[in-house]
Design a protein around this ligand. Structure first.
Ligand SMILES: [Fe+2]
Length: 193
């Protein structure tokens, strides 16, 4: 399985080489160490399993993630009291690069996050600067002080330190990369808008 994780890493490096928004946000470390994590399957990941990407540019990454589903250490982090039961039934993420990820680094964090259709990721913030990069599907991104917008494959959205933001899916699922470049240990607070 290590090979498939390394293939995903390779494709992400290729994406960085071709995409200035990603490479200007943060560099990818050269010294990532493969970390054998215990897999943790969650129900929502099964919805990702049956979803074929329609994006030519990110389809390969999407397909490797689908293949990796049973071997990934999926997380949810939030508690039902903060985000509601239906949110947790339609969401999941994993840390790919980071201090506890499938590849270890202390320089940045890269997560992969999945939302099923008709889901609302409530308003929250954190100290770390954040960049979303949509791999497949679409979602509406809202953040305080910025115009809301629907993002599709290859589009990015920046959230500055402590800027409250939320995400909504409608009739499409959404698979995204989420990158943090500093304050990697900052906690996420659910906030009232
Ligand atoms: Fe965020």
């Amino acid at each position: 399985m290590e090979k498939l994780f390394k293939n995903l890493k390779k494709e992400i490096y290729k994406l960085w080489e071709k995409n200035l928004v990603l490479s200007n946000f943060t560099k990818l470390p050269k010294d990532l160490i493969y970390n054998e994590l215990q897999s943790n399957i969650i129900e929502p990941a099964k919805k990702l399993k049956t979803w074929k990407s329609n994006s030519a540019k990110t389809g390969k990454i999407h397909d490797i993630i689908r293949e990796l589903i049973p071997y990934i250490s999926w997380k949810q982090t939030y508690e039902e009291k903060d985000v509601g039961k239906s949110f947790l039934e339609k969401y999941g993420y994993f840390e790919f690069f980071g201090s506890t990820g499938h590849f270890l680094t202390k320089e940045m964090s890269l997560y992969v996050i999945f939302f099923d259709t008709n889901n609302f990721y409530t308003w929250h913030n954190h100290e770390a600067d954040e960049l979303y990069f949509v791999l497949s599907g679409s979602a509406k991104f809202e953040s305080v002080g910025d115009k809301s917008e629907i993002l599709t494959s290859m589009k990015t959205r920046f959230h500055k330190s402590f800027q409250p933001h939320s995400l909504t899916t409608y009739n499409e699922k959404c698979l995204s990369l989420v990158i943090w470049r500093d304050k990697l240990k900052s906690s996420i607070q659910v906030v009232k808008k």
